[in-house]
Design a protein around this ligand. Structure first.
Ligand SMILES: [Zn+2]
Length: 182
């Protein structure tokens, strides 16, 4: 029942099928093929972040970024050049280290703390808050006993709660934002 973060799918097929009950952040992002882990973390932070699947080519990436006014995050020099040519907002990522990538991004865009953990990390859909009594059969008994808040992704049919990975995430966010503030 815990989210499978490694299983990044075809996000271009994903439409928000549920109304966004939480106020959606305005900055929209698109990470290139090389930035899957970064995309996952940006979703955890609450950014509307697309990540292309393996069959999506550069033309399509540029087209989607342009059509949806998304900031293109890329390590691919050629893609960056092409993006600039068609007047996209582009953020060049210099490093392969995830923490450094996140720190780099956070010098340009700010986390809205009210948006953290409001999106499905697998498919980018805004999560809906669900009542505890409605999810008893969907989560492990121990989780049901010890947690009170639950969220649901209707596209992936997945339930989320604040487990230990949540605490690790918050720690990481604090670490990164403190680093940037120094
Ligand atoms: Zn999902």
């Amino acid at each position: 029942m815990t989210p499978k973060y490694e299983n990044l799918g075809n996000f271009f097929d994903t439409k928000d099928k549920t109304p966004c009950l939480l106020s959606c952040i305005t900055m929209k992002l698109l990470c290139d093929h090389m930035l899957g882990s970064l995309a996952k973390w940006l979703r955890i932070f609450g950014f509307d972040t697309l990540y292309p699947d393996a069959t999506t080519n550069d033309d399509e990436v540029l087209h989607v970024a342009k059509a949806e006014k998304r900031l293109l995050l890329s390590r691919d020099k050629e893609l960056i050049l092409r993006g600039k040519k068609v007047k996209l907002d582009v953020l060049e990522i210099q490093t392969t280290d995830l923490d450094e990538q996140l720190a780099e991004v956070l010098t340009h865009i700010q986390i809205d703390s009210t948006q953290v953990l409001t999106r499905c990390t697998l498919c980018n859909t805004p999560l809906i808050s669900v009542e505890k009594k409605a999810i008893k059969t969907h989560v492990p008994p121990k989780v049901f006993e010890t947690r009170d808040q639950f969220w649901y992704c209707s596209v992936c049919n997945k339930y989320y709660w604040m487990g230990t990975h949540y605490e690790n995430m918050i720690e990481k966010i604090n670490e990164l934002t403190n680093k940037n503030n120094q």
